[in-house]
Design a protein around this ligand. Structure first.
Ligand SMILES: Nc1ncnc2c1ncn2[C@@H]1O[C@H](COP(=O)(O)OP(=O)(O)OP(=O)(O)O)[C@@H](O)[C@H]1O
Ligand SMILES: [Mg+2]
Length: 316
């Protein structure tokens, strides 16, 4: 979602740039044509070929006709650039709805000889892992061991230097995954400057009726009750009117409401107190989704909510 919203933002910037260039060219052509017509009429007047009244009429004519032309060309340019934006918004909304095609449902995710080298010379090596459909995995390991990078490799956001991430279907056949089936909460998730409710639904009106349920499931209800406008309270990015934990609960609700078959949560509860973390994760693992949660320092009772724990270590 972050990636697509960034793309949308870039599209808006591009649109603005095209409009500015088009406005500039339209304006230049308009001014030049007005001056040229009036100048031509003036030359004809000094050559005694036309009367002074014709010079005035030519000036008025060029002003009104060319101004109208300017309005029309400006409007057409804007309409064309809006078409492009509309196309992108439709694509974004499609991204918003996970596809439920049964024939490419992911039954397992495995890593095979996976490693990635960065430009600074650092290389991360991963053990061979296999995560089955419906499993609830706690992924932990020291800071910098490569947990977030593993999620990015699974999501195909970055490419491995060696090895591969393999997705398989029900019949154990390799599968080209539909990445829209995978819900992802990045370590640095963002809110948008709209209401809590819109931040959760991301303007997908068909999810409006589910907001209340997911506000409860993510322990956000108590926070929302203390706000004068409830779920309609607007996020003010300048004033930071939400705590770190409240932001994380909204981002969790945004992902959970979509009921992705697979959910990758990267330190999605790091700013939330341990009692609420327990309840949020308990609700998360009670679904039939495949869930992989990266977390540090969970208490033993919360750790026990998961089927198993994968502890990443530095490998060579
Ligand atoms: N794009 C990149 N360029 C260079 N190095 C990178 C890049 N992405 C990650 N790394 C390095 O890879 C290592 C693993 O990073 P990663 O973010 O996956 O760690 P992590 O296990 O999620 O740590 P934390 O628990 O602190 O979030 C770090 O040493 C990091 O500096
Ligand atoms: Mg990380």
């Amino acid at each position: 979602m972050q990636k697509t919203s960034r793309q949308l933002e870039n599209a808006f910037v591009k649109k603005q740039k095209i409009i500015s260039i088009a406005d500039f060219l339209n304006g230049c052509t308009n001014s030049f044509s007005q001056i040229a017509i009036t100048f031509l009429a003036a030359i004809l007047f000094f050559n005694h070929q036309v009367t002074f009244g014709v010079v005035i009429a030519a000036g008025n004519f060029s002003t009104s006709i060319l101004s109208s032309l300017l309005t029309i060309t400006t409007a057409m340019t804007r309409m064309q650039s809006v078409q492009e934006i509309n196309k992108q918004i439709i694509e974004l909304q499609q991204f918003n709805r996970p596809s439920k095609k049964p024939n490419n449902e992911i039954y397992s995710i495995s890593t095979h000889n996976l490693s990635i080298s960065f430009k600074n010379g650092e290389t991360l090596y991963y053990p061979n892992l296999e995560i089955k459909k419906g499993e609830k995995i706690l992924l932990c390991g020291d800071s910098g061991v490569g947990k977030s990078t593993l999620f990015k490799l699974i999501l195909h956001q970055i490419k491995p230097t060696s090895g591969q991430v393999i997705f398989k279907d029900k019949y154990n056949r390799k599968l080209e995954p539909n990445y829209a089936q995978i819900g992802y909460i990045p370590q640095d998730g963002h809110l948008f400057p709209v209401s809590i409710s819109d931040n959760i639904t991301m303007f997908n009106a068909s999810l409006n009726s589910l907001v209340k349920k997911f506000v409860e499931r993510t322990c956000l209800k108590k926070d929302v009750l203390n706000m004068s406008n409830g779920v309609e309270t607007k996020v003010d990015l300048d004033k930071s009117n939400f705590s770190g934990g409240q932001k994380q609960k909204i981002i969790l609700a945004r992902n959970e409401i979509r009921n992705f078959p697979i959910m990758l949560a990267d330190e999605a509860t790091s700013a939330i107190d341990s009692t609420n973390t327990y309840h949020i994760l308990k609700n998360l693992v009670s679904s039939n989704q495949t869930v992989i949660v990266i977390a540090h320092n969970l208490d033993p009772i919360t750790e026990n909510l998961f089927d198993r724990k994968i502890h990443l270590k530095y490998e060579r």
